[in-house]
Structures are given as structure tokens and as C-alpha cells.
Design a protein around this ligand. Structure first.
Ligand SMILES: C[S@@+](CC[C@H](N)C(=O)[O-])C[C@H]1O[C@@H](n2cnc3c(N)ncnc32)[C@H](O)[C@@H]1O
Length: 264
């Protein structure tokens, strides 16, 4: 039977074999300035040394290695064995202790409840059909008061054409849609070819966090736009369509989880 997770596992294994930029472990540059990866928005307001950190859907030997180097008790979860091999290799090369877990972000049953002080998730919710189960699982494993810092592809980024026409970028996909997005050609810096990607609406991305038991404390849109970029280039498209956003959410300590309003 067809499974999105099986498909994306194979696709990311292949991307890891190809050593695409997202599958490159931390090098000397990153170890010299780890804050660009472990605290890029200045939202981690405590010393990570000795704290329990989950790097979710973050295989590739970058996040896990830098948190481990900073003294955090580090776990990395990813669906791709090849991506996780990069975490294992850097841990062994540098003598770090990293707990490496092969699992899907929407089923973290192997991880204990209320355990992590910090969960960081690089852009990756686009690889699951529904973001709700991911948030519920993260809420379950995050300690009360713990932080969940995640990054996502903005809906418009996934709706719009990659190519520019004389009229600009075209809105190709409806906002209210389901199922995987059409495949993209190789070589796009905005999409990962071979993977199945899904668009999530703002209500799902932000409201979903609140309904899972988090309070949103801040958001950020990383700037990649280049007003002077050549039409069709990464910088030019990002000048018109912000590609990503980041959200800082804190696990509620006691209040009951809100229920979604269903209009009759
Ligand atoms: C953008 S990469 C993130 C890490 C990357 N090393 C970096 O430098 O930011 C996205 C990751 O999500 C993983 N992934 C895709 N689907 C997943 C799923 N259902 N559960 C867990 N991880 C998944 C991929 O294997 C890939 O390693």
C-alpha cells in the first residue's frame, strides 16, 4: 500500500546520498558560530547546557551536533536512515552523545511524555499531509513551560509558480486544497525534488499550535528577498513571496487544551 512516509523516506535517503546542502553536517564554520543554527532568532532564553533538546525532523548532522557541542542532552528524530547516519557519523567523529531516533514527526510514541525543555524543528511540516498530529505529538513530549521553535513553508510559497512570467509569479494552487503538491523539477532552492510536499493553511499552522496546547509568543519571517535579483531567481521570488516563517511557542503549564470551533 502506498505510504507518504515511505515515499519521503526514500526521497530523503536519495537527497542525502546526493549530499544536497540540507544534508551537509555542521562544519568548522557552524561550530564557530553555532547560534545561527541553535538560536537563530534569539528566542532560546536559557542556557542549553544540561537541558533536554529534541531536534525534530532535523537529521543531517547539523542541529544535533551543534546542540550536543553546546552541552545539551540531545535527541534527533528523522524519517530518513541516510540523514540519521550523518548524525551518527558526526557524533562518533567528534565524541558527542546523541540519541538518534528513526521515526515520523507525527508519531513520537517512542519518546517519553513531558520530557523536552526545547524542541526545534527546521522546515519540514511540508512533508506530512496533516500538521495537527505533529503538534499533538510535540505537545505530548514537551515539558510544561518548554519551548517549541518551528519553521514552515508559507502557504503562498507553495501555491505560487516557481517560474516568473511577464505578469509575475502565478498563483497555481488553490488555498483550500488537499493531497500532495505537483512535483517540481530538480534544482529549485525552494522545493525538494522527489519528495511529496503538502501545503498547510495558516489556521492549521498557527491555530493548530494553540489547539494543541501551546501559546504563541513570537513569529518571524526570515528575509531572503533581493529587490535587485534577476527575475525568476531565488532572491527575486522571495522578494515577492516570503518563503518561510518561524514560530516560537510555549507549552502551556496547566490550562486545558482548546477545542476547535466547528461551525454548523
Ligand atoms: C529540511 S531537512 C531538515 C534538516 C537539515 N539537515 C537542515 O540543514 O536544516 C527536512 C528533514 O525532514 C525529514 N523528514 C521528512 N519527512 C519526515 C517525517 N514524516 N518525519 C520525520 N522527518 C521527516 C527529512 O528526512 C529531512 O531530513
Amino acid at each position: 500500500m502506498f505510504s507518504v512516509n515511505d515515499h519521503n523516506r526514500d526521497a530523503w535517503d536519495e537527497l542525502a546520498r546526493q549530499q544536497v546542502p540540507l544534508a551537509r553536517p555542521a562544519g568548522e564554520k557552524e561550530f564557530a558560530k553555532p547560534q545561527f543554527i541553535i538560536n537563530p532568532f534569539g528566542w532560546v532564553d536559557f542556557e542549553v547546557r544540561g537541558r533536554k533538546v529534541l531536534c525534530l525532523a532535523a537529521g543531517g548532522g547539523k542541529h544535533s551536533a551543534l546542540f550536543a557541542a553546546a552541552g545539551a542532552e540531545t535527541t534527533v528524530v528523522d524519517i530518513s536512515p541516510q540523514m540519521l547516519d550523518l548524525d551518527r557519523k558526526i557524533a562518533s567523529d567528534r565524541g558527542f552523545k546523541i540519541n538518534v531516533v528513526e521515526a515520523s514527526m507525527d508519531n513520537l510514541a517512542v519518546l517519553p511524555e513531558a520530557h523536552f525543555d526545547l524542541v526545534v524543528q527546521p522546515v519540514s511540516t511540508c512533508y506530512v499531509p496533516s500538521v495537527g498530529p505533529v503538534y499533538r505529538e510535540v505537545a505530548r513530549v514537551t515539558a510544561p513551560g518548554g519551548l517549541y521553535i518551528s519553521q514552515h513553508k508559507q502557504p503562498a510559497n507553495l501555491q505560487a509558480s516557481l517560474r516568473v512570467s511577464p505578469l509575475g509569479y502565478t498563483l497555481l494552487e488553490p488555498y483550500y486544497r488537499s493531497g500532495p503538491l505537483p512535483p517540481v523539477p530538480t534544482g529549485s532552492a525552494l522545493r525538494e525534488s522527489g519528495t511529496l510536499e503538502f501545503m498547510h493553511r495558516w489556521d492549521e499552522l498557527l491555530g493548530g499550535l494553540c489547539r494543541a496546547g501551546f501559546v504563541i509568543e513570537d513569529t518571524f519571517e526570515p528575509r531572503h528577498g533581493d529587490s535587485a535579483g534577476a527575475p525568476g531567481s531565488f532572491g527575486h521570488r522571495c522578494w515577492f513571496i516570503p518563503p518561510y516563517f518561524a514560530v516560537k511557542a510555549r507549552r502551556k503549564t496547566s490550562a486545558p487544551v482548546a477545542k476547535k470551533i466547528v461551525l454548523a
